[in-house]
Write a protein that binds this ligand. Structure first.
Ligand code: PLP
Length: 439
């Protein structure tokens, strides 16, 4: 264990990890990754861990994918980065053209950034400036949902749940929003639609996570829930922002989760990140509809990130988008999702302390007994399957190319980590909204 201890100690001595109590960091057997192969991460001691959280929901097709590695190397021979402020870059044009063919946004323009939170900030400021440019006064607020998570910058955090990550501490910095209930309340969309009606004159935009609130522990919403809200937004002229940072690029069974919603539900602004580069490089994008873009005629948008539209990231994102189709990855997501649901129902739902199990595509949350989330994941990591909890929900978000054998292994290891004490009956423990456009 010497080499591993040496690296974890060197790590703890100089690196500050986000959302991590650094005094307890070494107690939870952190994995210091040195390299990777396919779906496995390999630590400084040569131990392998199945990356069952996709490096926190980024990775889509595994690590060191030959085609993606090559895309980065090829782009290195051209240029690594050049600015998007007032100038362009060929591979970014090619990426935007390719994305324009597939995003669920009418007449799209692409404003690139590096992180999901920045894509959300851009959407908020675009909506705000849009109304200012229309000469409309007072449309300066946003409606967001309970349980929401949109990133950790101050604007994105203001949209986030009032009881969310650090929200209480930073409350004095957060701007107030109109708050609808969370997805765990079946009336949340009706309430949200009513709130749009009654607050129409002061709302710039409504911000939603289509189908799944990931950071809320994988809370699911029915696809037809969004119709009434989208209708209310249209009637009131309020902009609709879809945050697909987590659910985009195949996670829920379609390229974008919005495709599974009713045809009337199309965002004015769409935020993408995480899986955009297959988990390779930091890149995010805010996609603006023609309605928003045209509202800016003659005026610059007062915002721009230095590394937005990075050429290396664009090259890998472009190759990744094509590779998702070439490898028919969505078919695998549907099959593995069904398998994951079935195995969890069989092997995990009956265990003592297990509450809800929610699966949508390859996003999954398993509620374990109060106070056991962390220890359960520590045991899974020790058994070679990298899992991380959010509170007492164990999050399972494997790469989209995960195999049937690997799904069996994840469920076996999770069941063993929870502990083999049979408990409550299987029925009703599992919620599974079928994936796919017809789902
Ligand atoms: C992760 C996430 C973000 C923030 O993305 P970062 O790249 O971590 O800044 C925003 N919205 C949703 C829904 C997310 O899951």
């Amino acid at each position: 264990m010497w080499a591993q201890r040496k690296w974890t100690q060197r790590d703890a001595a100089v690196v500050w990890h986000g959302f991590t109590d650094m005094t307890a960091y070494l107690d939870h057997c952190p994995v210091v990754v040195e390299r990777a192969e396919g779906h496995d991460l390999i630590d400084t001691e040569g131990r392998r861990y199945l990356d069952a959280i996709s490096s926190v929901w980024l990775n889509t097709m595994g690590h060191r994918v030959p085609e993606l590695d090559e895309a980065v190397r090829d782009q290195l021979d051209r240029v690594a980065h050049s600015t998007m402020l007032g100038n362009g870059n060929r591979v970014v044009v090619e990426l935007a053209e390719a994305l324009a063919e597939v995003v669920p946004v009418a007449g799209p323009h692409f404003l690139f950034a590096s992180d999901g939170a920045s894509a959300v900030e851009q959407a908020l400021k675009l909506a705000f400036q849009f109304w200012a440019l229309q000469g409309v006064r007072g449309r300066t607020s946003y409606l967001a949902f309970g349980g929401a998570y949109h990133g950790d910058t101050v604007g994105a955090m203001s949209l986030g749940a009032d009881d969310g990550f650090g929200a209480a501490l930073f409350d004095p910095l957060r701007f107030p929003v109109v708050r609808a209930p969370g997805y765990d309340d079946p009336s949340c969309f009706d309430v949200a639609a009513r709130l749009v009606d009654t607050n129409a004159g002061r709302l710039a935009a409504v911000v939603v996570e289509p189908l799944v609130q990931g950071a809320a522990g994988m809370q699911l919403a029915p696809a037809d829930g969004y119709d009434a809200l989208a209708d209310a937004c249209r009637a009131a002229g309020v902009l609709l922002i879809h945050d697909e940072v987590a659910v985009g690029f195949g996670r829920t069974g379609t390229l974008f989760a919005t495709e599974q919603l009713g045809r009337r539900v199309r965002p004015d602004l769409l935020c993408l990140g995480k899986g955009l580069t297959g988990g390779y490089l930091p890149m995010a994008v805010t996609v603006a509809s023609a309605r928003v873009f045209e509202g800016f005629a003659g005026t610059p948008f007062a915002h721009g990130h230095s590394y937005g539209g990075n050429a290396l990231a664009a090259a890998v994102a472009l190759r990744h988008l094509r590779l998702l189709g070439e490898r028919d990855v969505l078919t695998n997501v549907a099959a593995r999702s069904a398998q994951l649901s079935a195995r969890l129902a069989e092997r995990v739902a009956p265990l003592a302390g297990v509450g809800g199990i929610r699966v949508k595509g390859l996003m999954c949350g398993v509620d374990v007994a109060a106070g056991t989330g962390r220890a359960t994941c520590d045991r899974a990591v020790a058994a070679g399957v990298l899992l991380r909890p959010i509170g007492d929900t164990v999050i399972v978000v494997p790469p989209l190319t995960i195999t049937a054998t690997e799904i069996e292994r994840i469920v076996d290891v999770l069941a063993a980590a929870i502990g083999d004490r049979p408990g409550r009956p299987v029925q009703s423990a599992i919620t599974d909204h079928p994936s796919g456009p017809e789902g």
